[in-house]
Design a protein around this ligand. Structure first.
Ligand code: CTP
Length: 219
């Protein structure tokens, strides 16, 4: 059903270097994004997967772009346009240091507690959603929340200008980050659909079938 269509998927965490030896990151494994890329490919799409650093292997048949940081993820995504479908599953670091130190940051004394200045990273999902004529026809984001999952995700949908958002609770006790399963709420302009807990592979297949159905409606 997706043959002839191009899909762009982001996955994994980003690493934001502080100096040549340290970075900030998060616990994303990349499993959900990789599963979505594989499921879209299985339905016939031509897929580009832009991946942050993960333990996962590239998927045969899928155009794989490894990037370390948010800024590089954004430029790889922009280079992958035009696309018919964009799914932003990456857990992009929200901040990076204002100035990366060219040398390892040293303690100045035994009591030294270094202060770092952070600036915001570009928002890849929002940027793709507001691309004008180059905007993919269907732009889908995730919302990783630890509280007020549905209301936070609804505000994210509006703020970022994407078409659908898949919200999940990533509190440590849910085992979502790094785990095999996901419990998602699919939110669009019409409302919320609660999906049962399922494997990330099953969630990816369900999402890909929804995407195929939606694109069929649009033609
Ligand atoms: N996202 C992105 N670029 C960013 C931050 C987030 O593309 N710099 C995308 C994620 O891939 C996801 C969606 O935006 O599809 C929501 O990410 P999330 O981490 O839940 O939200 P944030 O925008 O980071 O907001 P907050 O940290 O305030 O919850």
């Amino acid at each position: 059903p997706l043959s002839g269509l191009k899909a762009l998927v982001t996955a994994g965490p980003t690493h934001e270097a502080l100096d040549p030896v340290r970075y900030i990151a998060n616990h994303s494994s990349g499993k959900q994004g990789y599963a979505i890329a594989a499921a879209l490919y299985k339905l016939g799409a031509e897929v580009t997967l832009v991946s942050g650093p993960t333990q996962l292997k590239p998927i045969p048949g899928i155009q794989h772009v490894d990037i370390p940081s948010a800024q590089e993820m954004l430029s790889a995504c922009e280079q992958a346009l035009p696309a018919d479908i964009a799914v932003c599953a990456a857990a992009v670091a929200d901040w990076r240091v204002a100035e990366q130190s060219p040398e390892k940051i040293k303690k100045k004394s035994d009591q030294d507690v270094t202060t770092l200045n952070f600036i915001q990273n570009p928002d890849i999902l929002a940027t793709l959603s507001k691309q004008g004529p180059k905007r993919p026809g269907l732009v889908i984001g995730f919302a990783a929340e630890t509280e007020k999952v549905e209301s936070n995700a609804k505000s994210k949908l509006k703020r970022k200008g994407c078409d659908w958002i898949l919200a999940n609770d990533v509190s440590p006790d849910t085992g979502t980050f790094g785990g095999e399963n996901n419990t998602l709420l699919m939110i669009d302009g019409n409302g919320t659909d609660r999906w049962n807990k399922m494997t990330k592979d099953a969630a990816a297949e369900k999402l890909s079938r929804r995407i195929a159905d939606q694109l069929k409606l649009n033609t």
